[in-house]
Write a protein that binds this ligand. Structure first.
Ligand SMILES: [Zn+2]
Length: 449
């Protein structure tokens, strides 16, 4: 059957949290939105930890298990090496990335460098900082950056990027205008963080467009017993904890959750402490500072900024070196614990052996709780906490809207069709009525008013 007009095809993010890969086609024009690896369940069925696709034949090794879409004119010659998918000149004309999380941008390194990749100006800065300080690679591309809310034309398809609130800065939702109607794509979204107004502005613009389809993330759409606060709620709870504790306090959070770092820093300073972070986090803050309103980030090396913790290791990377001279050692932190809130990455737990925190030292877990009960990382973390007698406190604000908020979003935007993606529970949206279509992988759905 020939489909006339525009279509939308979900090549990932179907019945899974992450792995978004959305293809919009309109006549000769083909645009991909996000291109991230599927984390679970499929990816981890075959690859995990150090068991990875071979760098010499990544496409071949991923196609073996249907972990990436089998489409021509998308992958680079290099990535296609040794696979049965022949190289073809680009047939995808642009890729738009909503934000700098791996489940949305992590497969860009497989993509033909000729295909333009559109990202927000801040997102590009952030991606560069991540690539410069981790093993993450995004590949060479014809990068194009867009300013907020400025429409971008790719052939007959017009994309309007709206900043939205999420747990990484510089996150976007898109309005995608085609010849047969508009699609609104939320990316990952919430409105209980510091950029809630951006989310509201996006939803208002989306509703005004009377979209044919709403592509909505549903991370928290299903049953979710996990505890979630607002960003302000995290601040209040950390405040309360620090007010009643005299010695060292520990925290751990996601290194790119700049809102949380800002929250922890403000809470620490309110009680006369300083937030201490890794050199990687300090580097990230410095890198994004030019994209931030002046004076609002706790930059290292400034009187009100974060301090840097000097981990014991043999080899330091280039980006770390500028921070080392002024960095605090485990001995400094151990002796003057009451002056600090130390944000420790879980991978840096061996430092606890030198820090020797007194029993009962609070450990603020400012990250999401595990989805499953047999989570390895969680078990190992608790072994360490138990060993040192640390007091566990869960204080986190999710990067994602709650189920109730998601249903409200769909209600506000009033699209003809709701496509729940980035969720293990698309069926949870069905109570919204007959306009809900949990998508199937690889099916081209017509965009129709
Ligand atoms: Zn995501």
């Amino acid at each position: 059957m020939e489909v006339r007009g525009a279509t939308v095809t979900f090549l990932g993010g179907v019945n899974e949290i992450g792995g978004n890969k959305i293809l919009v086609e309109d006549g000769p024009d083909r645009v991909l939105f996000d291109f991230g690896p599927s984390f679970a369940p499929k990816w981890e069925d075959y690859y995990y930890n150090f068991l990875k696709p071979r760098t010499t034949s990544p496409v071949k090794d991923l196609l073996e298990f249907d972990l990436i879409p089998r489409i021509g004119g998308l992958y680079s010659k290099e990535a296609l090496a040794d696979s049965d998918l022949p190289y073809r000149a680009p047939e995808v004309h642009a890729i738009f990335i909503t934000h700098a999380h791996a489940d949305h941008a992590g497969h860009l390194d497989l993509v033909d460098p000729e295909i333009p990749v559109y990202v927000g100006e801040g997102t590009k800065t952030l991606l560069d900082a991540i690539a410069g300080s981790t093993a993450m690679k995004y590949g060479d591309h014809a990068w194009r950056t867009f300013p907020d809310r400025a429409p971008v034309k790719v052939g007959g398809i017009e994309v309007v990027p709206f900043p939205v609130d999420h747990s990484v800065p510089f996150a976007y939702g898109f309005l995608i205008r085609t010849s047969s109607g508009t699609l609104a794509y939320t990316g990952d979204i919430r409105h209980h963080g510091p950029r809630a107004d951006d989310t509201h502005a996006f939803l208002t613009a989306a509703a005004a467009e009377r979209p044919a389809g709403l592509l909505i993330e549903g991370t928290r759409a299903g049953p979710d017993a996990r505890r979630n606060l607002t960003e302000q709620g995290v601040r209040s709870e950390v405040d309360r904890l620090l007010e009643h504790h005299a010695g060292l306090a520990l925290a751990c959070t996601y290194p790119r959750d700049v809102d949380r770092l800002t929250t922890l820093d403000a809470a620490a300073r309110a009680v006369g402490r300083r937030l201490v972070v890794s050199a990687r986090t300090a580097y990230l803050l410095d890198a994004i500072a030019p994209r931030w309103s002046p004076g609002t980030l706790p930059l290292p090396g400034t009187p009100d900024g974060v301090l840097v913790y000097n981990r014991k290791k043999k080899i330091f990377r280039e980006y770390e070196k500028p921070y080392l001279e002024a960095a605090l050692t485990s001995e400094d932190v151990r002796q003057h614990g009451a002056q600090y809130l130390l944000a420790l990455d879980p991978y840096h737990f061996p430092e606890l052996i030198d820090l020797r925190p007194p029993r009962g030292t609070p450990f603020i877990h400012s990250m999401s709780e595990p989805f499953s009960e047999d989570d390895v990382d969680d078990r190992v973390m608790h072994n360490w906490l138990d060993h040192f007698g640390l007091e566990f406190h869960q204080m986190h604000a999710s990067g994602h809207a709650s189920a109730t908020e998601l249903f409200e979003i769909a209600h506000t935007v009033k699209p003809s069709v709701v496509y729940p993606i980035h969720t293990e529970h698309p069926e949870a949206f069905e109570k919204l009525g007959p306009g809900v279509h949990p998508p199937r992988l690889g099916v081209a759905y017509p965009v129709a008013p």
